[in-house]
Design a protein around this ligand. Structure first.
Ligand SMILES: [Zn+2]
Length: 78
């Protein structure tokens, strides 16, 4: 009797294991820029249609890829 209930709980556990969610997405990137008007296309193969943002408040977040653009000429570098 005991063996049977053990087998049942084992199969229930296997079902739960296969239902695992995929790996979490990478954290949003912060990009420092030295112009108040920037374009984002997501970058690389995982890109998206190009969108322009005005950093009137000093920063903007891309609605497609969640990258954050911060107006900071010193950190932007060359
Ligand atoms: Zn983007």
């Amino acid at each position: 009797m005991t063996a049977m209930s053990e087998a049942m709980s084992a199969s229930a556990q296997a079902r739960t294991m296969s239902d695992e969610s995929p790996a979490a997405p990478p954290p949003p990137e912060v990009i420092y820029v030295k112009t108040r008007r920037i374009a984002c296309d997501g970058g690389g193969a995982l890109g998206h249609p190009i969108v322009w943002y005005s950093l009137e408040d000093g920063e903007a977040e891309c609605g497609y890829c969640d990258r954050k653009f911060v107006y900071d000429p010193e950190k932007a570098g060359s």
